[in-house]
Design a protein around this ligand. Structure first.
Ligand code: SF4
Ligand code: MG
Length: 321
Protein backbone atom coordinates (compact mmCIF):
# COMPACT_ATOMS: atom_id res chain seq x y z
CA UNK A 1 0.00 0.00 0.00
CA UNK A 2 1.22 3.47 -0.83
CA UNK A 3 2.10 5.79 2.05
CA UNK A 4 3.51 8.66 0.02
CA UNK A 5 3.54 9.18 -3.72
CA UNK A 6 5.58 12.10 -4.99
CA UNK A 7 5.03 13.08 -8.61
CA UNK A 8 7.31 15.41 -10.55
CA UNK A 9 7.87 17.59 -7.49
CA UNK A 10 9.68 20.87 -7.95
CA UNK A 11 10.75 22.97 -4.98
CA UNK A 12 12.96 25.99 -5.59
CA UNK A 13 14.52 28.68 -3.43
CA UNK A 14 13.77 32.20 -4.44
CA UNK A 15 16.93 34.37 -4.33
CA UNK A 16 17.75 37.87 -5.62
CA UNK A 17 19.68 36.33 -8.52
CA UNK A 18 17.06 33.80 -9.53
CA UNK A 19 15.64 30.43 -8.51
CA UNK A 20 17.85 27.77 -7.01
CA UNK A 21 16.38 24.56 -8.41
CA UNK A 22 16.97 22.42 -5.33
CA UNK A 23 14.37 19.76 -6.08
CA UNK A 24 13.64 19.59 -9.77
CA UNK A 25 11.19 17.01 -11.03
CA UNK A 26 11.47 14.28 -8.40
CA UNK A 27 9.13 11.26 -8.36
CA UNK A 28 9.04 8.25 -6.04
CA UNK A 29 6.77 6.16 -3.88
CA UNK A 30 7.14 5.13 -0.24
CA UNK A 31 5.15 2.01 0.64
CA UNK A 32 3.61 1.22 3.96
CA UNK A 33 6.00 -0.86 6.05
CA UNK A 34 9.19 0.17 4.33
CA UNK A 35 12.25 2.19 5.21
CA UNK A 36 12.95 4.41 2.23
CA UNK A 37 16.48 5.79 2.03
CA UNK A 38 17.41 9.05 0.33
CA UNK A 39 21.12 9.34 -0.37
CA UNK A 40 23.44 11.92 -1.88
CA UNK A 41 26.07 14.49 -0.99
CA UNK A 42 25.17 17.62 0.89
CA UNK A 43 23.45 20.14 -1.34
CA UNK A 44 21.82 17.48 -3.56
CA UNK A 45 18.33 18.53 -2.43
CA UNK A 46 17.53 15.65 -0.09
CA UNK A 47 16.86 17.84 2.96
CA UNK A 48 14.89 20.33 0.89
CA UNK A 49 12.83 17.46 -0.47
CA UNK A 50 11.78 16.09 2.91
CA UNK A 51 11.32 19.47 4.57
CA UNK A 52 9.18 20.69 1.70
CA UNK A 53 6.69 17.96 2.56
CA UNK A 54 5.62 19.80 5.67
CA UNK A 55 7.73 22.75 6.75
CA UNK A 56 7.62 24.85 3.62
CA UNK A 57 8.35 28.49 4.24
CA UNK A 58 9.95 31.26 2.19
CA UNK A 59 12.34 31.34 0.42
CA UNK A 60 11.34 27.71 -0.24
CA UNK A 61 8.72 27.64 -2.97
CA UNK A 62 6.58 24.87 -4.41
CA UNK A 63 6.84 25.24 -8.19
CA UNK A 64 4.96 22.16 -9.34
CA UNK A 65 4.13 18.53 -8.82
CA UNK A 66 2.37 16.62 -6.07
CA UNK A 67 3.11 14.80 -2.85
CA UNK A 68 0.17 12.50 -2.17
CA UNK A 69 0.24 11.37 1.45
CA UNK A 70 -2.47 8.86 2.25
CA UNK A 71 -4.35 10.29 -0.71
CA UNK A 72 -4.01 13.99 0.18
CA UNK A 73 -1.67 16.37 -1.62
CA UNK A 74 0.70 17.81 0.99
CA UNK A 75 1.52 20.67 -1.36
CA UNK A 76 -2.06 21.91 -1.16
CA UNK A 77 -2.45 21.92 2.63
CA UNK A 78 -2.87 25.19 4.47
CA UNK A 79 -0.41 25.99 7.25
CA UNK A 80 -3.10 25.09 9.76
CA UNK A 81 -3.83 21.73 8.12
CA UNK A 82 -0.12 20.96 7.91
CA UNK A 83 0.33 21.72 11.60
CA UNK A 84 -2.55 19.41 12.44
CA UNK A 85 -1.04 16.37 10.75
CA UNK A 86 2.49 17.02 12.00
CA UNK A 87 3.43 14.61 14.81
CA UNK A 88 0.18 12.63 14.47
CA UNK A 89 0.50 11.54 10.83
CA UNK A 90 3.81 12.84 9.55
CA UNK A 91 6.76 13.70 11.74
CA UNK A 92 10.32 14.87 11.16
CA UNK A 93 13.33 14.23 13.33
CA UNK A 94 15.35 17.25 12.32
CA UNK A 95 18.94 17.28 11.09
CA UNK A 96 20.27 18.93 14.23
CA UNK A 97 18.11 16.81 16.50
CA UNK A 98 20.38 17.31 19.45
CA UNK A 99 19.52 20.98 19.54
CA UNK A 100 15.93 20.73 18.38
CA UNK A 101 14.27 20.72 21.78
CA UNK A 102 13.29 23.99 23.42
CA UNK A 103 16.03 24.56 26.03
CA UNK A 104 13.78 26.56 28.37
CA UNK A 105 11.29 23.73 28.94
CA UNK A 106 11.37 20.38 30.67
CA UNK A 107 10.87 17.36 28.42
CA UNK A 108 7.44 16.67 29.93
CA UNK A 109 6.33 20.27 29.23
CA UNK A 110 7.58 20.12 25.64
CA UNK A 111 5.57 16.94 25.18
CA UNK A 112 2.47 18.30 26.88
CA UNK A 113 2.43 21.44 24.72
CA UNK A 114 2.63 19.27 21.66
CA UNK A 115 -0.05 16.81 22.77
CA UNK A 116 -2.41 19.59 23.81
CA UNK A 117 -2.02 21.24 20.43
CA UNK A 118 -3.25 17.97 18.93
CA UNK A 119 -6.32 17.69 21.08
CA UNK A 120 -5.09 15.67 24.05
CA UNK A 121 -6.70 16.76 27.30
CA UNK A 122 -5.42 14.33 29.92
CA UNK A 123 -1.99 15.42 31.07
CA UNK A 124 -1.48 12.39 33.27
CA UNK A 125 -2.17 10.04 30.39
CA UNK A 126 0.33 11.90 28.19
CA UNK A 127 3.01 11.80 30.87
CA UNK A 128 2.43 8.10 31.39
CA UNK A 129 2.90 7.56 27.67
CA UNK A 130 6.07 9.67 27.79
CA UNK A 131 7.53 7.57 30.61
CA UNK A 132 6.70 4.36 28.73
CA UNK A 133 8.41 5.62 25.63
CA UNK A 134 11.44 6.85 27.56
CA UNK A 135 11.78 3.36 28.99
CA UNK A 136 11.54 1.91 25.47
CA UNK A 137 14.55 3.94 24.39
CA UNK A 138 16.34 3.06 27.64
CA UNK A 139 16.07 6.46 29.25
CA UNK A 140 15.16 6.89 32.90
CA UNK A 141 11.67 8.25 33.67
CA UNK A 142 13.50 11.08 35.45
CA UNK A 143 14.35 12.48 32.03
CA UNK A 144 10.75 13.74 31.85
CA UNK A 145 11.56 16.24 34.58
CA UNK A 146 14.82 17.39 33.05
CA UNK A 147 15.74 20.23 30.71
CA UNK A 148 17.34 19.28 27.37
CA UNK A 149 20.66 20.88 28.44
CA UNK A 150 20.86 18.48 31.37
CA UNK A 151 21.06 15.54 28.96
CA UNK A 152 24.15 14.26 27.18
CA UNK A 153 24.21 14.40 23.36
CA UNK A 154 23.19 10.76 22.97
CA UNK A 155 20.40 11.09 25.53
CA UNK A 156 19.10 14.25 23.90
CA UNK A 157 19.06 12.46 20.55
CA UNK A 158 16.92 9.69 22.01
CA UNK A 159 14.64 12.17 23.81
CA UNK A 160 14.11 13.98 20.50
CA UNK A 161 13.19 10.68 18.86
CA UNK A 162 10.66 10.03 21.62
CA UNK A 163 9.12 13.47 21.16
CA UNK A 164 8.94 13.07 17.36
CA UNK A 165 7.21 9.69 17.59
CA UNK A 166 5.07 10.13 20.71
CA UNK A 167 1.82 10.60 18.81
CA UNK A 168 2.46 7.60 16.52
CA UNK A 169 3.02 9.28 13.15
CA UNK A 170 2.38 6.98 10.18
CA UNK A 171 5.40 8.35 8.36
CA UNK A 172 8.58 9.32 10.17
CA UNK A 173 11.23 11.34 8.40
CA UNK A 174 14.76 11.18 9.78
CA UNK A 175 16.99 13.83 8.24
CA UNK A 176 20.72 13.15 8.76
CA UNK A 177 19.92 12.18 12.32
CA UNK A 178 23.09 10.20 12.72
CA UNK A 179 25.65 12.51 11.13
CA UNK A 180 26.79 14.22 14.35
CA UNK A 181 27.00 10.96 16.31
CA UNK A 182 29.75 8.49 17.06
CA UNK A 183 29.44 4.99 15.61
CA UNK A 184 28.01 3.42 18.78
CA UNK A 185 25.29 6.04 19.14
CA UNK A 186 24.56 5.74 15.41
CA UNK A 187 23.90 2.05 15.92
CA UNK A 188 21.54 2.81 18.82
CA UNK A 189 19.57 5.22 16.63
CA UNK A 190 19.28 2.65 13.82
CA UNK A 191 18.11 0.02 16.31
CA UNK A 192 15.53 2.42 17.71
CA UNK A 193 14.15 3.18 14.29
CA UNK A 194 13.85 -0.57 13.60
CA UNK A 195 12.12 -0.94 16.93
CA UNK A 196 9.63 1.87 16.22
CA UNK A 197 8.70 0.02 13.02
CA UNK A 198 8.42 -3.38 14.69
CA UNK A 199 6.24 -2.01 17.48
CA UNK A 200 3.96 -0.32 14.97
CA UNK A 201 4.66 3.13 16.43
CA UNK A 202 5.47 4.28 12.90
CA UNK A 203 4.45 2.59 9.65
CA UNK A 204 7.09 3.89 7.24
CA UNK A 205 10.35 5.79 7.53
CA UNK A 206 12.17 8.07 5.13
CA UNK A 207 15.81 8.01 6.16
CA UNK A 208 17.94 10.77 4.66
CA UNK A 209 21.71 10.48 4.77
CA UNK A 210 24.94 11.03 2.86
CA UNK A 211 26.16 7.72 4.30
CA UNK A 212 25.36 4.76 2.05
CA UNK A 213 27.07 2.29 4.38
CA UNK A 214 24.71 3.29 7.16
CA UNK A 215 21.71 3.22 4.87
CA UNK A 216 22.52 -0.37 4.04
CA UNK A 217 21.76 -1.26 7.66
CA UNK A 218 18.24 0.09 7.59
CA UNK A 219 16.75 0.84 4.17
CA UNK A 220 14.64 -1.44 1.98
CA UNK A 221 14.70 0.93 -0.96
CA UNK A 222 17.19 3.66 -1.84
CA UNK A 223 16.86 6.75 -3.98
CA UNK A 224 20.10 8.47 -4.95
CA UNK A 225 19.90 12.18 -5.68
CA UNK A 226 22.33 14.44 -7.46
CA UNK A 227 21.94 18.20 -7.94
CA UNK A 228 18.18 18.25 -7.41
CA UNK A 229 17.40 15.15 -9.49
CA UNK A 230 16.97 11.45 -8.86
CA UNK A 231 19.72 9.51 -10.64
CA UNK A 232 18.96 6.00 -9.41
CA UNK A 233 16.27 4.25 -7.40
CA UNK A 234 15.83 0.62 -6.46
CA UNK A 235 15.99 -2.10 -3.81
CA UNK A 236 18.82 -1.30 -1.38
CA UNK A 237 20.68 -4.60 -1.78
CA UNK A 238 20.57 -4.47 -5.52
CA UNK A 239 21.68 -0.85 -5.80
CA UNK A 240 24.60 -1.49 -3.44
CA UNK A 241 25.67 -4.70 -5.19
CA UNK A 242 24.99 -3.60 -8.72
CA UNK A 243 24.84 0.19 -9.03
CA UNK A 244 23.83 1.32 -12.50
CA UNK A 245 24.54 5.06 -12.42
CA UNK A 246 28.14 6.38 -12.52
CA UNK A 247 27.39 8.68 -9.59
CA UNK A 248 26.11 5.83 -7.40
CA UNK A 249 29.20 3.80 -8.39
CA UNK A 250 31.43 6.66 -7.32
CA UNK A 251 29.57 7.17 -4.05
CA UNK A 252 30.06 3.48 -3.29
CA UNK A 253 33.74 3.58 -4.25
CA UNK A 254 34.27 6.42 -1.84
CA UNK A 255 33.21 4.19 1.09
CA UNK A 256 35.86 2.45 3.17
CA UNK A 257 35.74 -1.33 2.62
CA UNK A 258 35.02 -3.58 5.57
CA UNK A 259 37.85 -5.77 6.77
CA UNK A 260 40.61 -4.03 4.84
CA UNK A 261 43.13 -2.03 6.81
CA UNK A 262 42.55 1.65 6.18
CA UNK A 263 46.18 2.23 5.18
CA UNK A 264 45.81 -0.25 2.35
CA UNK A 265 42.62 1.22 1.08
CA UNK A 266 42.60 3.67 -1.72
CA UNK A 267 39.54 5.81 -1.24
CA UNK A 268 38.27 7.34 -4.38
CA UNK A 269 36.82 10.70 -3.55
CA UNK A 270 34.60 12.26 -6.18
CA UNK A 271 36.54 15.05 -7.79
CA UNK A 272 35.15 18.23 -9.30
CA UNK A 273 32.26 20.38 -8.22
CA UNK A 274 28.55 20.02 -8.75
CA UNK A 275 26.98 22.38 -11.24
CA UNK A 276 25.18 25.52 -10.08
CA UNK A 277 21.51 24.97 -9.37
CA UNK A 278 20.79 28.54 -10.40
CA UNK A 279 21.38 27.70 -13.99
CA UNK A 280 21.65 23.95 -14.45
CA UNK A 281 22.40 22.45 -17.87
CA UNK A 282 19.46 21.02 -19.75
CA UNK A 283 21.13 17.62 -19.92
CA UNK A 284 22.67 15.40 -17.25
CA UNK A 285 23.65 17.40 -14.19
CA UNK A 286 26.50 15.04 -13.38
CA UNK A 287 28.42 15.63 -16.61
CA UNK A 288 31.01 18.00 -15.05
CA UNK A 289 32.21 15.20 -12.79
CA UNK A 290 31.40 12.10 -14.78
CA UNK A 291 34.37 10.15 -16.20
CA UNK A 292 32.14 8.73 -18.95
CA UNK A 293 30.57 12.00 -20.10
CA UNK A 294 29.78 12.11 -23.83
CA UNK A 295 28.79 14.98 -26.15
CA UNK A 296 25.12 14.24 -25.70
CA UNK A 297 25.26 14.40 -21.88
CA UNK A 298 25.08 18.17 -21.20
CA UNK A 299 22.61 18.62 -24.06
CA UNK A 300 19.95 16.04 -23.42
CA UNK A 301 18.42 14.89 -20.18
CA UNK A 302 18.84 11.15 -19.71
CA UNK A 303 15.61 9.21 -19.26
CA UNK A 304 15.04 6.56 -16.62
CA UNK A 305 15.92 3.10 -17.82
CA UNK A 306 14.77 -0.05 -16.08
CA UNK A 307 17.86 -1.98 -15.06
CA UNK A 308 16.26 -4.57 -12.76
CA UNK A 309 13.11 -5.38 -10.86
CA UNK A 310 11.88 -1.99 -9.53
CA UNK A 311 15.38 -0.66 -10.24
CA UNK A 312 15.83 2.40 -12.46
CA UNK A 313 18.67 4.78 -13.36
CA UNK A 314 18.97 7.84 -15.59
CA UNK A 315 22.14 7.79 -17.69
CA UNK A 316 22.77 7.91 -21.45
CA UNK A 317 25.15 4.98 -21.17
CA UNK A 318 22.24 2.75 -20.22
CA UNK A 319 20.55 3.32 -23.54
CA UNK A 320 16.98 4.52 -23.61
CA UNK A 321 16.46 7.04 -26.37
FE1 SF4 B 1 27.78 10.47 -17.09
FE2 SF4 B 1 26.45 11.08 -19.32
FE3 SF4 B 1 25.56 9.16 -17.72
FE4 SF4 B 1 25.41 11.70 -17.00
S1 SF4 B 1 24.33 10.75 -18.70
S2 SF4 B 1 26.07 10.02 -15.75
S3 SF4 B 1 27.31 12.52 -17.84
S4 SF4 B 1 27.47 9.17 -18.89
MG1 MG C 1 20.82 18.26 4.62
Amino acid sequence: MSMLRVEDLRVYYSTPVGYVKAVDGVSFEVKEGEVFGVAGESGCGKSTLVHSLILRKPPMKHMGGKALFKGRDLMQLSREEARKIQYTELSIIPQYAMNALNPTKKIKDIVWDLAREHGYTDREEVEKLLRERLAMVKLSPKVADMYPVELSGGMRQRATMVVSTLLNPDLLIADEVTSALDVTTQRVVIELLHYFMEEGIVKSIIFVTHDLALLKQIADTVMVMYAGKVVEIGPMEEVINDPAHPYTQMLLNSLPRMGVHYKRQKLHGISGYPISLLNPPKGCRFYTRCPYAMDVCPEKEPKFVRVGEDHYAACHMLGGE
